[in-house]
Design a protein around this ligand. Structure first.
Ligand code: FES
Length: 106
């Protein structure tokens, strides 16, 4: 499934993710700048913060769990459509997903 990452200054990166890979893993394995995934998806770093395009937010699935909410609440650039990209698993349903990177992550 395809993912489009858009940096805060408008650069676009298109990645064809493996099914089951997280949006964080797809970015780090394709060297998309701005998503570091320092903790490897353990909800402990917040370096995988993204904004999900509003058109995709409901589909991007499972509402953030408590642990994800807690980590997001520590980020000062949090928005209503914030997610941690390590918690979004790619599936055919999400083909074409669009996410944006917060300013300050590059
Ligand atoms: Fe660390 Fe997502 S990779 S919170």
């Amino acid at each position: 499934p395809k993912i489009k990452y858009i940096t805060h200054d408008g650069k676009e990166y298109d990645v064809d993710a493996h099914e089951g890979a997280s949006v964080m893993e797809a970015a780090t394995s394709s060297n998309v700048p701005g998503i570091d995934g320092d903790c490897g998806g353990a909800l402990a770093c917040g370096t995988c913060h993204i904004y999900v395009d509003p058109a995709w937010f409901a589909k991007a699935g499972t509402p953030a769990q408590d642990a994800e909410q807690e980590m997001l609440s520590l980020l000062d650039n949090r928005q209503d459509n914030s997610r941690l990209s390590c918690q979004i698993s790619m599936s055919a349903e999400l083909d074409g997903l669009v996410v944006r990177l917060p300013r300050g992550q590059h």
